[in-house]
Design a protein around this ligand. Structure first.
Ligand SMILES: [Fe+2]
Ligand SMILES: [Fe+2]
Length: 187
């Protein structure tokens, strides 16, 4: 039987990264694929964990962020005609499988030690939002600036600002969780 454990690395595997391509439209498709995965699969799953762990406010935050990830996809989609629903890229497929793999373990662990799972999920969410805000999307923005595609560069900048906000919201949520844990420790 598989040992019941969840590490930050296992949760990190559940995130996908958009791939920069030579062609702006292909980059946009990869971006939309990843944002919609976060909107429809990843953050709703985190919200489900938070709900099960007894943190309804945190579940609401995950759902709010999920909604904004969809907005990111909408902003970029508006710049191109007929993008439709891009097929999943390799990294998104890998992330979906990783998430399915840890799901049962995660549900069991939430029953045993809910705070530990939620703390790890938040730490990973901070890491990912930070990577998107400081590395991935600034790189996409700079590529578009180089391509002379000012409109797309502006959208990527708006996304950078939004991902920074997500990072800060999750940092605050983690501080609150830690403060609560400290209060719960008997003197
Ligand atoms: Fe996003
Ligand atoms: Fe985000």
């Amino acid at each position: 039987m598989q040992k019941k454990e969840i590490t930050e690395e296992m949760i990190l595997e559940c995130f996908a990264a958009a791939t920069p391509c030579e062609d702006s439209r292909e980059t946009a498709e990869s971006f939309i694929d990843v944002e919609m995965y976060e909107n429809q699969v990843m953050y709703p799953e985190f919200a489900r964990w938070a709900e099960k762990a007894g943190y309804p406010e945190l579940a609401s935050l995950f759902r709010k962020v999920a909604g904004e990830e969809k907005l990111h996809a909408i902003w970029l989609r508006e710049l191109y005609d007929n993008i439709g629903t891009p097929t999943h890229g390799e990294d998104t497929e890998r992330a979906i499988t990783a998430l399915q793999t840890i799901q049962a373990n995660c549900d069991e662990l939430i029953k045993m030690d809910p705070d530990a799972v939620i703390e790890k999920a938040l730490k990973v969410a901070i890491m990912v939002e930070q990577r998107e805000a400081l590395n991935i999307y600034p790189e996409f923005r700079d590529r578009e600036l180089k391509n002379g595609n000012q409109a797309a560069a502006e959208v990527y900048q708006r996304v950078v600002d939004s991902e920074s906000q997500h990072m800060n919201w999750f940092k605050s949520a983690l501080s609150e969780l830690t403060a609560r844990q400290m209060q719960a420790v008997p003197a």
